[in-house]
Design a protein around this ligand. Structure first.
Ligand SMILES: Cc1cc2nc3c(=O)[nH]c(=O)nc-3n(C[C@H](O)[C@H](O)[C@H](O)COP(=O)(O)OP(=O)(O)OC[C@H]3O[C@@H](n4cnc5c(N)ncnc54)[C@H](O)[C@@H]3O)c2cc1C
Length: 365
């Protein structure tokens, strides 16, 4: 009996998980290993922080989805892949043998110099739920200062949703966003201007073009200017692929992403496939966004079936552009499509509809 292991139950594996019964019917032993029983949909993460969404609306019960299809779910953290021995090694020492391995281990927020027990990374996404609950709770007792580090889409969304969280609270919530560059640097300039206006008009302090030198217990030391004092800080300073691949001696890109070919197959080992933020797509570098992880899902599922049956593989053809909508937390969004930038209620309503429809598609048992 051939053994298939899905390492990580992220966005790129949802399609394969949904189709696990087909693998089982074909006589394959399929095991899903993931850090938690639930996978949170990042697109709704900032709304989860603000309480726009309840946790159940934003997550997939990947254990239930796996077991309902007759496959095995193992909760555990993968430490290393032993490609020569075709084994996956878990942090608790368990080892699992495979004939075919598919990796969707995602990315982690980059660490900043210094340390603080009050600094929370925005990934895993359920951190945002916990941070939201803590902030709500602490605002009942007194004022609170929350800093957000990072002026990319995640930082802007998190800051906007913090402002929503503070609205109507018993005590004031002061939100400060620190960005090394101008806000939303990788978007057309109008997006950054709109984000800045929205955050400032709603009371946030936004510090642009200031790099973080060090994070200390309750202050952020910047390259220049006054330090930012905080009670709680959220790290949205950027992401890097899972460290598992580099640690395993597999071929990786400069930033540690597993190098895969057009078929999403590891360039050095035909028994390993991968998708999502954790990979480096050798034919062309891709932005690390959920859009690509989700689009890779069907190709990954099809190629795993093909690889098990010795059939030809299909190439993943990435779309050149993708729609991006940011949730500003006040019922408005910023929509970016090519050079078009639009802001308003309609943009958020469209994002909400797209996100909810994605959830409905995969939440089905
Ligand atoms: C706040 C925020 C908002 C975002 N909003 C959007 C958006 O609106 N649209 C968009 O396109 N992108 C968005 N992104 C980017 C998006 O989150 C990523 O591109 C997407 O999550 C990538 O999906 P993935 O499946 O590769 O990884 P992940 O979603 O990170 O999933 C990886 C899975 O693997 C598991 N895992 C990880 N490591 C291990 C291990 N060692 N052992 C076992 N299991 C492990 C994790 O538990 C997780 O379930 C956002 C990111 C953030 C931080």
């Amino acid at each position: 009996m051939k053994k298939l292991i899905l390492a990580g139950a992220g966005h790129a594996h949802l399609m394969t998980i949904r189709n696990l019964s087909a693998f089982i019917s074909a006589g394959v032993s399929a095991t899903v290993v993931s850090a938690g029983d639930f996978h949170y949909y990042s697109g709704m993460g900032p709304g989860l922080l603000a309480g726009i969404y309840r946790p159940e609306e934003t997550r997939f019960d990947v254990r239930k989805m796996t077991e309902a299809r007759g496959a095995t779910f193992l909760q555990g953290v993968i430490e290393r892949i032993d490609a020569a021995g075709r084994r996956v090694i878990l942090a608790d020492g368990r080892t699992l043998a495979y004939d075919l391995l598919s990796c969707n281990l995602g990315s982690d927020v980059i660490t900043l110099p210094g340390a603080s027990p009050h600094l929370i990374p925005v990934k895993p996404i359920d951190n945002l739920h916990r941070a939201g609950a803590e902030i709500r709770n602490r605002l009942q007792g007194g004022p609170l200062r929350v800093a957000v580090i990072g002026g990319g889409p995640a930082g802007v969304e998190v800051a906007g949703n913090l402002l929503r969280l503070g609205k109507g609270a018993a005590h004031p919530l002061a939100v400060t966003l620190v960005s090394r560059d101008d806000l939303l640097l990788r978007y057309p300039a109008r997006a950054g201007t709109l984000a800045l206006a929205s955050l400032r008009q709603r009371g946030a302090t936004v510090i642009e073009r200031q790099a973080v030198r060090q994070v200390e217990a309750s202050r952020i030391v910047l390259d220049a200017g006054e330090p930012v004092l905080f009670d709680l800080a959220l790290n949205a300073a950027g992401i890097g692929p899972s460290a598992v691949f580099g640690r395993s001696g597999l071929p990786v890109s400069k930033d540690g992403g597993l190098r895969v070919n057009a078929h999403l197959q590891c360039v050095s080992d035909p028994a390993i496939f991968g998708g999502g933020d954790g990979i480096h797509f050798d034919p062309q570098p891709l932005d690390r966004v959920g859009v690509y992880a989700v689009r890779q899902g069907p190709v990954l599922c099809r190629n795993l079936t093909a690889a098990l049956n010795g059939k030809p593989l299909k190439a993943f053809l990435p779309q050149r552009r993708y729609l991006s909508i940011l949730n500003l937390g006040d019922g408005r969004g910023i929509l970016a499509w090519r050079s078009l930038i639009v802001s308003g209620h309609l943009a958020f309503r469209l994002k909400d509809a797209i996100d909810r429809s994605f959830m409905r598609r995969f939440q089905k048992e």
